[in-house]
Design a protein around this ligand. Structure first.
Ligand code: MN
Length: 210
């Protein structure tokens, strides 16, 4: 069942509410609910094979890479924000479709991702450079600890749909990743499997002036 367009006005964050969350097929299928949609052109420079990225935008129809649904939870420190994230299958060169990834503005806030469908990896990385790649598979929950940036990566052939929940006032810092990238990349190897490798561009990127 899809959420009606006006449901954002129906959430009672003070008294609680029940929400139809049968999102395993993805709310994008004809749903009127507001979503944030990211096309490849909106991730310019984030894939390691910039030539493949340009071709996919110019000749490949600028595909939708991912989208997410959020409910507009009040940003209170005791509240919880939740929703779904859908990363579509595809690759740019050997690099799987992925989300931009972010740190939380309040760095010491964690997040849980429960995979509803699809398969992938969650790339996480601390500011000090500790990188961990978690498996995203239906029925499993990934705990992203405090202080770790996180990015969803679709390594399969169907949409990767996850349910997420985090402290409602955590906020999102996209700029650090946009300007510096992750230290690691997840690329498809010659064996057809995802591999965690060093990002050759990481140190050469000059942080953008904010
Ligand atoms: Mn997050």
């Amino acid at each position: 069942m899809h959420m009606p367009a006006n449901i954002a006005n129906n959430y009672d964050w003070l008294k609680g509410f029940t929400l139809d969350f049968s999102m395993s097929s993805g709310l994008s299928q004809g749903a009127a609910a507001p979503a944030t949609v990211r096309r490849l052109s909106q991730m310019a420079g984030m894939y390691t094979d910039s030539g493949a990225e340009e071709r996919a935008v110019r000749d490949g129809g600028d595909p939708v890479v991912y989208e997410f649904y959020e409910l507009g939870a009040p940003e209170s420190p005791g509240g919880l924000a939740f929703g779904t994230s859908i990363t579509y299958p595809g690759k740019v060169g050997a690099e799987y479709f992925m989300t931009k990834g972010h740190f939380h503005t309040i760095l010491e806030t964690a997040e849980v991702y429960y995979t509803l469908s699809g398969e992938g990896r969650m790339l996480t990385e601390s500011p000090e450079g500790d990188a961990v790649m978690h498996v995203l598979a239906p029925g499993t929950a990934v705990y992203v600890p405090e202080r770790y940036a996180h990015r969803s990566i679709n390594t399969g052939g169907t949409p990767l749909v996850t349910f997420y929940v985090f402290r409602a006032d955590a906020g999102h810092d996209y700029g650090t990743i946009e300007s510096k990238g992750f230290r690691k990349l997840v690329l498809e190897g010659a064996d057809g499997l995802p591999h965690l490798v060093d990002n050759p561009k990481w140190k050469s990127v000059i942080p953008r002036q904010q």
